[in-house]
Every structure is written in C-alpha cells, then in structure tokens.
Ligand binder design. Structure first.
Ligand code: FES
Length: 279
C-alpha cells in the first residue's frame, strides 16, 4: 500500500484531525469498499423528513385536538395558551394568544428538542449524517480539526441528564393525556383506536426515556457494592436491557409520535372517523 499522507487531498497532511501527527498516513479518504455511505444518507433523509413534518404540524396550530374523545396531540401538549381550544387546557391558561406559527406546545418543545439533541444515540446519528464527523467508521472526516464536546456549543451536550429530568415530566403529562383519552361520546368511559394509538405512543416514550444512558447512571451509578443495594441492582439490570435497544427506541418513538399526531389530525379535520371500540 502506498503511504503518503492523510486528509483527502494532495496538499499535505492537515495539522490536526485525521492529519494530526501520529496518525496513519493514508492517501485515500477510506479503504472501505462497502457502501458505508448508505446508513448516514438514510439517517439524514429520515431525520430531515421527520423534522419537516414536526415543524409544519407544530407551526400550523390546527387539528391538534379531538374534543369529543379528548385526543390531544403530543406535539401540542400541554396546551397552555389562550389560543388553545378551551377543553384542551386541562393545565390552565398560562399564556395569552399565540401569534400564527408559534407552536401551542411551546413550553415543553425546547426541553424535548434538547433531550433528543443531546441524546447519546442522536449525537451519533447527526454527527455522522449531518456533520460527517466522521460519516462512518474508518472514513476520514472532511473537517480540519476536532475539538470534541469540550467547547461551546457542543459542551452543552453534557446537560443531557437535566433534559432527562424534564423528559420525565413531559412523559407524565403524556400519560395524563392518555388517561384523559379513555373518553366516550357521552362524556363517560370510552376507548377508540385513537386511545390505543396514544397508549402505544406513551408506552414507547417511557421505554425510550427509561433506556436513556443518564437514567441507567442515575439508577446504578455511584455505587460501590451492588450487593448492598439489591433493589437498585434489579432496576439497573432492567434498565440496562432497555438500554441495549436505545437506538431502536429512539426511532420507534419518532414513528409513534408522528403516527399519533397524524391520526389525531385526520380525525380532527374530519378526514377519517375514529374507530370506536367502547362507547
Ligand atoms: S442517552 Fe438517549 S435519551 Fe438519554
């Protein structure tokens, strides 16, 4: 193998990053011959599609609530603005009318976004597919230097555990919304397909939140002897099992959030009728 320099061009090695002193001098950007670019390309496409959907839906301020069955979209919960339908304001009216395009769930969306953006899995996903840093294992990144998560803005990634606490509160609110969605036509108990979709969504949201690396550390970290903390040890083993599925849960919850919101939007807009199972 010809060994000249690393960094992807012929102008000489970069002073840092993959061209730093001590790194292997390889002319090619990568020696991989498989289709390593497929995964970051698919990740990029799916994340952009999801973000566009969420942006359009949260900015539309429409079709987020089905009053008859008390279905409230997770994108607009809790609905605390005077712009919200009165029946959707179970937690009161904290804000006046929102101007057009301002998400009705404005209070919690920054925390949810922060939780996902600083998530260990999503970091991997967007570092690879958006920043190409690096795009795949054994593929040189195009950037000249790498400072990691030690400086602004990426040093904020270390705030993940605090976003985790906020995510628990949001999951509790989503759970409350599901309980409210067991609501029938006559005002009593009822179950519809929308109830079940919301229930599945909240179960996966809890599973994703519980599988968080910060949660695992919170439960089992800073202990010298598991044998003296059997309950925490048992909880830690359960959370650890979920933790191995964290990536799958991250994607599944993006899907269930979108399906839940889309179903509520279609019922709210009168495009489809909710399938009623009980009342
Ligand atoms: S590591 Fe992904 S949510 Fe905490």
């Amino acid at each position: 193998m010809t060994q000249t320099h690393l960094g992807g061009d012929s102008s000489g090695p970069s002073p840092s990053g993959v061209g730093a002193p001590g790194r292997a001098r390889i002319a090619a950007r990568t020696l991989r011959t498989d289709r390593w670019w497929v995964e970051p390309a698919v990740t990029f496409t799916l994340l952009v599609a999801w973000l566009l959907y969420a942006l359009i839906r949260t900015a539309s301020q429409r079709y987020y609530f089905v009053e008859e069955y008390h279905y409230l979209s997770p994108f607009s919960s809790p609905c605390l603005s005077a712009s919200c339908v009165p029946a959707s304001r179970d937690f009161g009216t904290w804000f006046g009318e929102f101007p057009p395009f301002v998400p009705l769930g404005l209070l919690v969306l920054p925390f949810l976004l922060g939780f996902r953006l600083t998530c260990y899995y999503y970091r991997k996903a967007y570092y690879r597919s958006f920043w190409l840093s690096p795009p795949a294992c054994a593929v040189a990144e195009p950037h000249g230097k790498y400072t990691g998560e030690t400086r602004f803005p990426l040093v904020l990634q270390n705030a993940h555990r605090y976003f985790f606490y906020a995510a628990i509160v949001v999951s509790l609110i989503n759970t409350y919304d599901v309980i409210r969605a067991f609501h029938g036509k006559d005002g009593g108990f009822g179950i519809g397909l929308g109830t079940l979709i919301m229930l599945v969504n909240v179960v996966f949201l809890w599973a994703y939140t519980a599988s968080c690396h910060s949660c695992r550390h919170l439960i089992g970290g800073r202990l010298r002897h598991f044998s003296k903390h059997p309950t925490r040890y048992w909880l830690w083993t359960q959370v650890s099992k979920l933790n191995t599925r964290h990536m799958q849960l991250a994607w599944t919850t993006l899907g269930t959030l979108m399906v839940t919101d889309a179903y509520i939007a279609l019922v709210s807009a009168g495009v489809i009728t909710d399938l009623r199972l009980v009342n």
